[in-house]
Design a protein around this ligand. Structure first.
Ligand code: KIV
Length: 268
């Protein structure tokens, strides 16, 4: 079977139908966007996790629309060939209808191809309107970090039968509203599998086991840049923090010892 590389929103559906896993990572800046543009990854999410990863906050709540738009623009410039999803930040889509629509418009005008928003309850009418206006919407349920204070912390969701039922209903409501895919974050793998099987649109899991239609990870976690953050669902594909420190140490040592720059690295 020819591998499908996501090029447009319809390819998400094609991948689910042909049983090919969708791969996504987060991306917040132009230089990593450029590297990812040349990779086989299916799509990039300019996630509001950038508030934590890039701006050093403890939660995603400090992300705002201006911040998200700035990072979306940077990624758009760096990854002209990738399918890009911009994340609507905390409260930006929970105000007046007009303001909510305008928040989605602001992100789309940066050049991303879709927007993501967290939760289903209270968002369905907005999602329907945005989809009817031509904006592809990615849903996000399970652990929704913008509701971290409501949830009592970063913890696995849908663990009891009532919460699992609620999650299944949310997924169906999002599909019905027109979402093209749904992120399932930190839910038991059996529940993620049941949700995935109940939907015709693809699910993208993070901390949701192997039986979703795709996976997403925060790039810096995947690359092992954040050694303090070691949740069960993260696999380090690189020892980024160690390699980074080694490179900086070598540069400092070479400079101190007069080995950098060399003749070749100097202008005549
Ligand atoms: O903001 C983000 O990075 C996300 C992913 C974890 C799905 O929403």
């Amino acid at each position: 079977m020819t591998p499908i590389k996501v090029q447009s929103v319809t390819d998400f559906q094609l991948k689910k139908e042909s049983g090919q896993k969708i791969t996504m990572v987060t991306c917040y800046d132009s230089w990593s966007a450029k590297l990812l543009d040349a990779s086989p990854i299916d799509a990039l999410l300019i996630g509001d996790s950038l508030a934590m990863v890039q701006h050093g906050h403890k939660t995603t709540l400090p992300a705002n629309l201006a911040m998200m738009a700035l990072h979306c623009e940077a990624v758009v410039r760096g990854a002209p060939h990738q399918f890009l999803v911009g994340d609507l930040p905390f409260m930006s889509y929970r105000k007046s209808f007009e303001s909510n629509v305008s928040a989605a418009e602001t992100l789309m005008r940066t050049g991303v191809h879709a927007v993501k928003l967290e939760g289903a309850d209270g968002n369905i009418e907005l999602i329907k309107h945005l989809v009817q206006s031509g904006i592809p919407i990615m849903g996000h349920i399970g652990l929704t970090p913008q509701s971290i204070y409501q949830m009592g912390g970063f913890r696995v969701q849908g663990k009891n039968p009532k919460a699992a039922e609620h999650l299944k209903n949310q997924a169906l409501a999002l599909e019905d509203a027109g979402c093209f895919s749904i992120v399932l974050e930190c839910v038991p793998s059996t529940l993620a599998q049941a949700v995935t099987q109940s939907l015709s649109i693809p699910t993208i899991g993070i901390g949701a086991g192997a039986n979703t239609d795709g996976q997403i990870l925060v790039l810096h976690d995947l690359l092992g840049f954040n050694q303090e953050f070691q949740p069960k669902f993260v696999r380090h594909y690189l020892n980024g923090a160690e390699l980074f420190q080694k490179a900086i140490e070598s540069y400092v040592r070479d400079t101190h010892e007069g080995h950098f720059p060399s003749e070749k690295e100097s202008y005549k």
